[in-house]
Write a protein that binds this ligand. Structure first.
Ligand SMILES: *Cc1c(COP(=O)(O)O)cnc(C)c1O
Length: 417
């Protein structure tokens, strides 16, 4: 595929007009929406209105009159259909790490001390395993990490409390079979906790259909809620009334404005709210979800998934053709691929410096340390084009051919990679 072919595909893309809803800088090919989604054009004015009118003029009245107090539930309801959940089951609150802490404690408490082991993957996003380490320490349990999904079933025994997995792996973009693994976990008496950080709004998710137990995920990746946007948490309704999450703040109380002395958990997902919601950040996420409403009218998840797979396919083909020395670590099989492509470069080529050189040429992906070191390129079908995929591969090929990455300005590491 050359640039002309890509532009023909872009012209025929049923989602092509959604890109107009984003403010993307000229000359930038943004392939990092899996890390920080792009800015929806409507967000600055909407957040400015929340600041100047709702806060500035409405002051504290806006908790009621502007519906601030309802934002965690209302945003949860808007997200629910994209997760295969029902309205009333999802809450937007806190960060992914904090929500994971809540649901892991809740899950271990459901196991009533009979089971104390959490099983996960060594290649999981570090925060997930760090949080799990803290939770098992508090419960006198253990975190067991596998190197490959085939090693999971033997660990699903009578000691296993929770199978905690990230649905789409942050390094490779490999996607688990949520239905199958949930079933395996539950058949063994364990609970299934899913991290949807790289799934929400980008791959089909059917939490109720899979009968999963708990799920959490990010608002700032494919959902475009902005840097540090609040995260979400879901619990299967069968656990309602059975669980306690440990961060028992006042807004998770059944009657917060009674100001009782004793904590009484709110029913359902509301219990997972700890304290006062970050209204401005919630407003940005609320506005970002309008783009998803627009996508729903153009075919919804089916259309997003089809374009996402076509984009990653086009990028892999362009890499194969132009950068044959790169090794692609993302599954070629569409059934198990998320929406990113990760590749490693031959020994002696500094991946970090290559990514810096790409960014200097306007192609933004990211670099992840580890073994192997990976260059990651995320594809967001709401705004990425086939031309972005081909252009990204062409610039990478040029940087490698010319050894432009060897310039000293590209080898000094910033604090955020
Ligand atoms: C991005 C990501 C997170 C981020 O957690 P924060 O609490 O928002 O920093 C957590 N888990 C996974 C799997 C992620 O990909």
């Amino acid at each position: 595929m050359n640039l002309d072919d890509a532009q023909r595909l872009d012209a025929a893309d049923p989602l092509r007009n959604l890109r107009e809803l984003f403010q993307l800088p000229d000359g930038i090919t943004y392939l990092d929406g899996n890390s920080l989604g792009a800015l929806p054009k409507a967000t600055p004015a909407r957040v400015a209105r929340a600041v100047e009118q709702e806060w500035g003029q409405g002051l504290i009245k806006s908790w009621n009159s502007a519906g601030w107090i309802d934002l965690p539930r209302r945003l949860g309801d808007r997200l629910a259909p994209w997760l295969g959940a029902r309205p009333g089951e999802v809450l937007v609150a806190d960060s992914t790490s904090v929500n994971l802490y809540k649901v892991l404690h809740a899950a271990l408490q459901l196991q009533q001390g009979q089971r104390r082991i959490i099983v996960s993957e060594r290649s999981n996003f570090p925060t997930d395993n760090y949080i799990a380490q803290s939770v098992v320490r508090a419960h006198g349990g253990e975190l067991l990490l596998v190197d490959s999904p085939e090693d999971i079933p033997p660990l699903l025994d009578e000691r296993c409390a929770v199978l905690m997995l990230t649905h789409v792996n942050y390094r490779t973009g490999r996607m688990h079979d949520m239905g199958l693994l949930t079933r395996w976990a539950q058949q063994a008496g364990a609970l299934a906790v899913w991290d949807l950080a790289h799934s929400a709004g980008i791959v089909p998710v059917d939490l109720l259909g899979c009968a999963a137990d708990f799920a959490i995920g990010c608002g700032y990746k494919y959902l475009n809620g902005g840097p540090g946007a609040p995260a979400f948490v879901w619990m299967h309704p069968r656990h309602e009334g059975q669980v306690f999450q440990p961060l028992t703040g006042w807004l998770g109380h059944a009657h917060p404005f009674d100001f009782d002395t004793e904590y009484l958990p709110a029913p359902g997902i509301q219990q997972y709210q700890c304290g006062t919601p970050p209204v401005l950040a919630m407003t940005a996420l609320d506005t970002a979800l309008d783009v998803y409403d627009a996508a729903q009218k153009l075919g919804g998840m089916r259309a997003l998934r089809a374009k996402s797979l076509a984009l990653t396919e086009a990028f892999m083909a362009a890499i194969d053709a132009r950068v044959p020395e790169a090794v692609i670590h993302t599954p070629r099989d569409a059934a198990v691929r998320g929406s990113q492509v990760s590749l490693s470069l031959p020994e002696g080529v500094d991946g970090y410096a290559v990514m810096q050189a790409l960014i200097a040429r306007g192609v933004i992906g990211d670099f992840r340390a580890g073994v192997p070191e990976l260059l990651r390129f995320g594809f967001a079908p709401l705004y990425n084009r086939f031309a972005d995929a081909v252009h990204g591969a062409e610039v990478l090929a040029d940087i490698l051919a010319t050894k432009a990455w060897q310039a000293p300005e590209f080898t000094n590491r910033n604090s955020v990679t």
